[in-house]
Design a protein around this ligand. Sequence first.
Ligand SMILES: NC(=O)c1ccc[n+]([C@@H]2O[C@H](COP(=O)([O-])OP(=O)(O)OC[C@H]3O[C@@H](n4cnc5c(N)ncnc54)[C@H](O)[C@@H]3O)[C@@H](O)[C@H]2O)c1
Length: 356
Amino acid sequence: MNNFKRILVTGGYGFIGSAVIRKLLRSTDAKIFNLDKFGSVSDDQSIHEILNSDTKYKERYSYFKVDLVDFSLLNSVFHQINPDLVLHLAAESHVDRSIDNPLQFLNSNIIGTYNLIEVFRNYFNKNKSHNLKLLHISTDEVFGSLGKVGEFNELTAYDPRSPYSASKACSDHLVRAWRHTYNLPFIITNCSNNFGPWQFPEKLIPLTIQKIINGNKIPIYGNGLQIRDWLYVEDHVNALLLVSDKGVSGEDYCIGGKSEKTNIEVIKNISSIINSILPKNHCLENLINYVPDRPGHDTRYAINFKKINEALGWEPKYNFDNALEITIKWYIDNQEWCKKVLNKANYKSQRLGLIN
Ligand SMILES: NC(=O)c1ccc[n+]([C@@H]2O[C@H](COP(=O)([O-])OP(=O)(O)OC[C@H]3O[C@@H](n4cnc5c(N)ncnc54)[C@H](O)[C@@H]3O)[C@@H](O)[C@H]2O)c1
């Protein structure tokens, strides 16, 4: 990563973006620029903790409050930052919220990405002698839903089935078309479900942890047998840094955990780890609450990460159970943070994304 001196991270106050920034501050000497609109689920505490731990981090970090939808502000901030690497993570990211408010997803994920790559195109044409790169960070959800067998890879046809995945698929297509037409140094990564500390407590793993700790009912969508391929966030961050450093512009890379679990299995795992940690045991059967399925819920995702493994030597380092235990302990120790971010977002753990 020492090739890069000025790294722009979009979405750096989100779950994965903040993990990327923490890692970049610790493992490089580059100047790090965080561009984020600071949306309802964003938080700055994890970045502030690391900045306060050492003045050398503070000197290398700047934050710009920008909504990617605002082209002229983005354009002027981008040229001020003058980056040699862009890691584009900013997006609206929760499927249930996309069912309730699709337009917000089209604006941020499609128009926001279009604005960024247009600004980049202009900037690239003025800085052709520099070694520039942009990574567009996307999801495996763009590939649709698998049956019992098979895995997604870089050649899988797109088949998005939710407003979220459709908006991400569209942004992937824009990035691919711009790099082909304008010959821009873009790389796309498609990753499976992430989990770990600092994730806003509305997605399956942190939501379930919160529900169990507080003795509340855990909503299980449909039959709970939907399968996701889980990856610890640090493994995703390591993959992104490796692709930034050694990945080939013009290529796509699929990133996954080889850790397929049904939702109900994940919930049972969380329950048994919490019972092994906390003095007062809960009975999972009493907390499980089957609720109507998510509209259009995808059945199974699985990633084949052979390409990034063979080309760049990446593979997940964390085992699912160990990483889940680290995550659970973090949430148990950080209940104040959970309350703070839930209050800020005015989210009371209510069900989102029901059409009737
Ligand atoms: N979480 C996952 O499991 C997962 C898996 C694969 C890929 N991804 C992708 O990784 C990226 C980050 O995901 P996350 O889980 O950290 O999401 P997140 O929702 O926690 O964070 C996204 C951040 O982007 C910012 N943002 C959104 N729209 C913006 C806009 N218009 N302008 C500026 N900032 C904006 C938000 O304020 C937020 O801080 C997303 O692009 C997502 O599609 C996520």
